[in-house]
Design a protein around this ligand. Structure first.
Ligand code: BLA
Length: 239
């Protein structure tokens, strides 16, 4: 379902000097005991970023997921890239979320980093269907301009490919711009906010139940804490 988004993401990272890092075997690929799903993850070393992870889950006609988070270097206070694309086959439902995830909720910060994302609002009005969030606080690590769609599935793949590609281009533009500017927040502050992001996400992300179903509770606990949201890379260096 999201193969073309994944391919585009990989290519765009490679073309900007990114290279693949090793991921421990148990997280690089895991098949469901029930034989009905496979999850694969990649870590990229990308200039300007301290961590960039990608995960895809393929459970055939039941579930497809593409998820990615990019953490900029601590010297750069720009938003994180956050992508969560889900397709649920049984209910034929899609949840598409893409955001420049802000470290702080502040006007000066928004003015500085959100021009690009704001301009996507008029291009993709269907991605602003203003659904209520049940798991996350929309004012914590999400922006007012996030692309968010929850609803039925279009038969046209451009429905999700186009916004994804525009979103990605816009995030690369932001990264090029902000590397030329001085950050508003100092590195120590950026570090603590990024770590808090992981902590907050590990506690609130609805992925855990879904993973436990396919891959068991123990693996899911470790995957969330050690790979998806590992927190402090110095005191908690696992990967
Ligand atoms: C929602 N994400 C969800 C849901 C699931 C996942 C099961 C609930 C879908 C529903 O409403 O029925 C699943 N989350 C995952 C999976 C992974 C994951 C499989 O992290 C990991 C591989 N979520 C993110 C990131 C963003 C994000 C980076 O991981 C940022 C864009 C957003 N996911 C996000 C939001 C919702 C969601 C905003 C709706 C949550 C809500 O209703 O509060």
């Amino acid at each position: 379902m999201f193969d073309s988004c994944l391919e585009n993401l990989r290519q765009s990272i490679s073309s900007r000097g990114g290279s693949l890092l090793d991921v421990p075997n148990e997280f690089a690929e895991c098949s469901s005991n029930k034989g009905n799903g496979i999850i694969k993850s990649w870590l990229w070393d990308v200039p300007g970023f301290r961590r960039w992870r990608i995960t895809s889950l393929d459970a055939g006609e039941t579930l497809q997921v593409l998820n990615s988070v990019a953490y900029p270097d601590y010297s750069n206070d720009q938003p994180l890239l956050g992508v969560d694309l889900l397709w649920f086959g049984r209910s034929n439902k899609m949840v598409l979320v893409m955001d420049f995830q802000p470290l702080i909720q502040d006007k000066e910060y928004f003015d500085r980093y959100f021009l690009g994302l704001k301009s996507l609002k008029s291009l993709y009005p269907e991605m602003h269907n203003e659904k209520t969030m049940h798991f996350f606080d929309p004012h914590k690590y999400f922006s007012p301009w996030l692309l968010f769609y929850k609803g039925g599935v279009s038969s046209n793949q451009d429905f999700w490919n186009d916004p994804f590609n525009s979103f990605l281009d816009s995030y690369w533009n932001l990264s090029e711009d902000s590397n030329r500017k001085c950050s508003l927040l100092n590195s120590e502050k950026v570090r603590s906010l990024q770590i808090e992001y992981d902590k907050y996400s590990a506690e609130n992300d609805p992925a855990h139940g879904l993973f436990s179903n396919y891959f068991g509770k123990d693996w899911s606990d470790r995957f969330l804490k050690e790979f998806l949201f590992p927190g402090d890379p110095i005191t908690n260096r696992i990967i």
